[in-house]
Design a protein around this ligand. Sequence first.
Ligand code: FAD
Length: 632
Amino acid sequence: MTVSIRVDPASGRKVFDTRAAKANVSIAGKGYSIVTDEALTTLPELPPGATFNAEEQAKYRAFKEVRRGAADYIAMEGDFAKYLADVYSADPVPREALTDECEILVVGAGFAGLLLWHKLRAAGFNDVRFCEKGGDVGGTWYWNRYPGIACDVEAYSYLPLLEETGYVPTMKFASGFEILEYCQRLADKFGFYEHCLFHTTVERTDWDEAAGRWIVETDRGDKMRARFVILANGILTTPKLARIEGMETFAGESFHTSRWNYNVDLRGKTVGIIGTGATAVQAIPELAKIVKDLYVFQRTPSSIDVRDQRATTEEEKLAWAGEPGWARARRARFAKISAGRTAMKANDDYLSGKVADFKERKQYERALSPEELLEKQLDTNFRIMEQIRARVDAIVTDPKTAAALRPYYPYGCKRPTFHDEYLPSFNLPHVHLVDTAPVGVRRINQRGVVHEGVEYPLDVLVYATGFQWMATSTFNMITGRGGRTLKQKWESEGTKTFLGLHSHGFPNLFIVSGPQGGGGSFNFTDAIDTHSDYVVWMLQTMRERGARIVDVRSEPEAAYAEHCRQADIASAPLRDCLSYYNGHGDAEPGSLAYYGGGRWHRLRIEAQATLEPYIFDNASETEPTAQSSLHA
Ligand SMILES: Cc1cc2nc3c(=O)[nH]c(=O)nc-3n(C[C@H](O)[C@H](O)[C@H](O)COP(=O)(O)OP(=O)(O)OC[C@H]3O[C@@H](n4cnc5c(N)ncnc54)[C@H](O)[C@@H]3O)c2cc1C
């Protein structure tokens, strides 16, 4: 046995030491700066007479339709597999392949993995093993280390377990680097590292009916058995590349933002960045500070709202030190906010409990019909976007650049972004916006990007082309009862889950924050928290009942999937654009995310009280047959 795996004499269980060392000391950075110029930290007044009238609606529609079909992505395979290499850690720690058994195997060591471990351990489940593709914990915050990275949900609500760790984030919107360190702090404090196999990618997960176990195979040659598998593999983990002719011929350095190559010194270089989504919005102001020339290739502009970053005050630190439960209370208040923009603006008086609400609620003389309510929501949404568009004009001095930076779609339809330095970057003489609307960059050659006959020679090309939403390819590797993968089931029947957590035919499998997973808020760690609580509840329930296997009945699953579909259809006008949230216009209604907090919780509580949606198999433990036994 290698030193990276030993057996704990007290429990007889294997203990791991597979965390990889950091590759390079230059991997460091900061997030949002504090900007004091009020003209940059406040939105302009609403332009007079702004209503979402027929003319404006037509403008939105045209903006959308002209882009239809433009989103064309390729997998990072063959020539492009290099973009997936882990540039953050030293080589994988050597270890032998495992062919043994554990009770619970979790895929992923991001916040979901960390929170699951915290809760499972507290509930007395210790035979838990994690497999993580990366060399350390953090997930999103391990992979994304581009300059300027920060959370957009205020850190006091976003970072879980702040009381348990005694940690207070240094900034209201903490940098990704600080969040990664926080994840490492959580892992250290709760003994996570001993349970995790790093640099280990799960490639197959097959249900063995006879043994009542999942067989989990990895890229390290492991073939482990687990009674339960929990997918905590994230919503935005698989980076994607736009299909661009000639991209493999580019002779300079190139990388994807989720694998930022700190070995490439960008100072004094001519750099191109393709994409202007949430990542690019955070990275561009930092790049502009160091490069010689920056070419920003944009297909669709993001909505750039005010960030208003600040440091945590001494008064806050003092107050929170004397207020047990302050962070839990803050997270709970955050979770009550039903409007995304209001949540992201993070009103301190409300979140700290100083005021019961942050605005006067509108009172209508009579109850509004759903159509009337939708119209009002669309109007309010339009007015916010008008202010966001007015902000572009107020800040960006070149009228042509300003026109290209104005977004025409409902607020929140694409991931909303926040920055006080992004728009001013375009006033710098060395930052050039190349408007490639509506189809995006179509050609790259050895020297750089070519657009409309103009060549833009580059030293370095950065792909800020985002991620697959909802880790869709992962579901291809899970084979349940009848030899069918989860993806095959969903392709033939439509996405079907119960609460997003179970799918019929896939016993003892839990999906954390996957398609149709609800119960969360605009704070993703809130959904993770809720889903982890549910999983632990189910495992405890099974322990108490002596149940070996749980599956979900197909009727409640079908009803829940239909509910997700209807909820998606009802709110579709508010998300009427092409974005990764809706598969660029191709996703079936109800097949991706579902955030309906209240309804999801009601269904969950009912299910937990009656246990009706579940099929428990209480048969006594079946010993593995010789054929299926994979014990080392
Ligand atoms: C740049 C960026 C900024 C964000 N900012 C915010 C924010 O401000 N607020 C917010 O609420 N949310 C934000 N999010 C969403 C964020 O992903 C979640 O908040 C949260 O971190 C997700 O945690 P997770 O553990 O579920 O998934 P992840 O953090 O994605 O972790 C999943 C892990 O699973 C591993 N994995 C996947 N497949 C396999 C496999 N087959 N085998 C082994 N390991 C595997 C991955 O390597 C990854 O480490 C942001 C996302 C991104 C990309």
